[in-house]
Design a protein around this ligand. Sequence first.
Ligand code: PMP
Ligand code: GLN
Length: 378
Amino acid sequence: LTSRLPEVGTTIFTVMSALAAEHGAVNLGQGFPDFDCDPALPAQVSQAMADGLNQYPPMAGIPALRQAVADKIAALYGRRYDAEREITITAGATQAILTAILAVVHPGDEVIVLDPCYDSYVPNIALAGGVAVRVPLAMPDFRPDLAAIARAITPRTRALIINSPHNPSATVWTRAELDGLADLLAPTEVLLISDEVYEHMVYDGRPHLSASGHPGLAPRAFVVSSFGKTFHVTGWKVGTVAAPSALTAEFRKVHQFNVFTVNTPMQHGLARHLADPRPYRELPAFYQAKRDLFRAGLADTRLRLLQSEGSYFQCVDYSAVSSLGEIDFCRWLTTEIGVTAIPLSAFYRDGRDQGLARLCYAKRDETLRQALTRLARL
Ligand code: PMP
Ligand code: GLN
């Protein structure tokens, strides 16, 4: 059998979570909350099930949820998508991104990703027969390098994938960066896939600047989000994609034959839950407090902190602590210190070692304190 993905093994998130469980480590590796969602949300889903809403929903998602998503985007970012023709409910952001890529990328097309990037993008591009062109984010702060993106665009470039707030570096695009991107894409037909799963986790009063709210970008963009992140239900795997009707039509051609649709009662529960904007409006303050608690504790260790402008990740430079490579360091941290992290090398094609690890602070304060007590031994 010739592998479709010869360079791919099991994702680092699965590997590190298994290692954390095996060693009883505090798992700050894979990004997920260790606290539960608002109890109103499962109650709303249970109610939908009890009401008999258990058969196939419409292929693109139930109208009430699509409308609630369109209304939220209009209220927050100022663009009014047509819920019928421009919003699709997906099986998490993962399926949204794969489906968008399969819908628009032809064999041999180039897709630009910004290195480091989320680990599904490049295998997704390969599955479409595309060629991933990796443009490095500018170091040391992981900022988008617009000049480098411009240089990477060729007549074969079909799409660019961006991600703000960024996993793993926790940077957030500025207005100038988004405007600059719009300017450089203006004379091209390059499509944009904007992964905004952490849209409600942006700190210190920064706005989240969605591609959906940018007049130069929205007409060419698939804007992807995830209820898993927004409502603390990563295991539910329900996401959204907003895109102009011509793009959505192509997206749905693929979507209907890869999942067809997404489970009914959760869509009803989510639609009801979205009626109240407070949960996502309160999210920045909720996570900023966790970030600040975590960073204050880490400041007492020999780990050097990088920025955490958004997302629920904190990257650290551990080179003052250890000369191990990143994977070995993260294993050692798990087995010897009892805290699990993700090596940044997992987000680069060449697996480079820079002495950086990613920690997730979407945890109860007591979990963060327990991790900090252990990390104080470094
Ligand atoms: N994109 C990024 C940047 C992510 O961090 C994640 C979550 N791991 C996803 C996409 C996938 O989201 P979902 O769980 O909704 O598929
Ligand atoms: N998005 C999460 C992370 O980056 C988890 C992804 C996964 O488990 N596939 O940690």
